[in-house]
Design a binder for this molecule. Sequence first.
Ligand SMILES: Cc1cc2nc3c(=O)[nH]c(=O)nc-3n(C[C@H](O)[C@H](O)[C@H](O)COP(=O)(O)OP(=O)(O)OC[C@H]3O[C@@H](n4cnc5c(N)ncnc54)[C@H](O)[C@@H]3O)c2cc1C
Length: 467
Amino acid sequence: MTEATLLPRNEDGIETVIGVLRQRFGERLQTGASMREQHGHTTTWIENQSPDAVVFPHSTEEVADVVRACAAHKVPVIAFGTGTSLEGHVNAPGGGISVDLSQMDKVLAVHAQDLDCVVQPGVTRADLNTYLRDQGLFFPIDPGANASLGGMAATRASGTNAVRYGTMKDNVLALEAVMADGRVIRTAQRARKTSAGYDLTRLLIGSEGTLGLITEITLRLQGIPEAISSARCSFPSVDAACRAVIMTIQYGVPVARIELLDEQSVRAANAYSQLTLPETPLLLLEFHGSETGVLEQAETFREIAEEFGGTGFAATTSTEERNKLWQARHDMYWATLQLRPGARGISTDICVPISRLAEAVTAAQDKAAELGLLAPIVGHVGDGNFHTLILIDMDSEVEVANARQFVSWLNDLAISMDGTCTGEHGIGQGKRPYLVKELGEATDVMATIKQALDPDNILNPGKILPG
Ligand SMILES: Cc1cc2nc3c(=O)[nH]c(=O)nc-3n(C[C@H](O)[C@H](O)[C@H](O)COP(=O)(O)OP(=O)(O)OC[C@H]3O[C@@H](n4cnc5c(N)ncnc54)[C@H](O)[C@@H]3O)c2cc1C
C-alpha cells in the first residue's frame, strides 16, 4: 500500500464548520462513515483518507458559502466530482469538508451556432453527449470512466480522442470558480480566442481543486462528422504496432483515435467483451471526415500498417460494430482486473514524445517481465501516452515492492525521455515526488502561486505540491 502523508487536523475548526454547514444545508450535509469513505480515495493502492463531512451544494452561491465557512476556520475543502481519479486526489489527509458537486448537473446553455455550451461541474461527459446528440454536436473528451466535467477540467483529463481534438486544456473556453476566500470569478468570456490578461482558465485546468472550485464550465463543441469509420489491425509485436503509429502521426493522417492494446490486454478484452480478436498486439482506430476522406485515411493507414507486418486489417462504417469495439476499449480497466480476480490494479500514465514511443512501450513490457509483474498495456498511443495496469496481490510484500520499483522506474524513464510521469491522470498524492523530478524549480513557482491564492492552504491540501 502506498502511504499517503497525514496533515495536522484542526479539530475545533472542523467541528465548528460542520455545525455551521449543518444549519445551512440540513440533510445535504452528511457525516456517516460510509458516505465519508466513498468520498475518500477508493481507486488503486493509495489508502483511503476520509473527509469529516460531505456537503452537496446546488449553486455557485452555496459553494461560496461552504468555502467562506471553511476559510473562516481554516478547514480543508476538497472538491469532489465522481471520485474516479487515480492518484489519491480526493483524499482528506488533514480531514475537512468534501464538496460533492454531482447535484450541480445542469446543462445551462448550448450555443449551437458558436459550437459551445455552458455546463455545471457535475454534468458527466456521457450525459452531456446524450444531451447534445439531437443537435448534431458532441464533446470529444472521453476518459475511460464517466467522469464529471468539473473533475475532468480539474485534472486536465483526456482520452481516446485527444490525438485529434486535444485535451481539456484545448476544449475549455472559460470557467467560473470559487476561490479560497469565497470570491467568485469568471476567467474569460465565450470568444474563441482572447489575449485578455493572465490565462486563469489554463491555470485552473489541472489544478486539482487546489486553487479554486470550478462551478461553471464553457466548453468547445464539435459537429458530429459526416462520416465515421473504425478499423483494427493486429501486429507481431508492440514495437511494430508503435512504429506504425509513429509513421501514421508523422505522415499527418488526421486519425481521431489510435489506441494500442498489447497481447495481454487483447486477451482480457476477448474474455470480458466476448470478442474473438487475434491475441497479438492490436491497434484500434477511428477516422472522422467526409465519406471519401475516411476511406482515404483508412487506406493510408492500411499501407503503413503493412510495412510493419500488420495483418487482419478490417475497417467498418457500421455504427453497431464500431460501438462494440469502443465499448470494449472503454471497459479495458474492468476487463484487465478480471485477468487476476482479487488483485489490485495500479495504473501508470506516462507520456513520451511520439518518436520515443516504441522504445518506451517495449522497455515497459521487458521491465514488467523482469520483475515478474502481470502488467497489461493499453495506450492513447497517438499522443505517446500509455498505461500499464499492474495487477498485484496486496498481501504479497514482494509483489508490492516490485510494483513500487516498476512505477518509479517507469516514471523516471519517461522523464529521462523528455516526457512526463502523467499524460492525463494528474499528480494527486501519488505522483508528487515525480513532479519535482520532472519540473524542478518550476514547482517552487507553483508553490508561490498556491501561497498567493490560498495562503491558509485550505483547498485540497497535500496534493500536487511536495511537502
Ligand atoms: C476506469 C478508469 C478509466 C480512466 N480513464 C481515463 C482516461 O482515459 N483519461 C483520463 O484523463 N483519465 C482517466 N481516468 C481518471 C479519471 O476518470 C479522470 O481523472 C477524471 O477527470 C476525474 O474526474 P472525476 O469527476 O471523477 O473527479 P474526482 O476524482 O472527483 O476529482 C479529481 C480531482 O479534481 C478535483 N475536482 C473535482 N471536481 C472539481 C471542481 N468542480 N472544481 C475543482 N476541482 C475539482 C478534486 O478535488 C480532485 O483533486 C480513468 C479512471 C478510471 C477509474
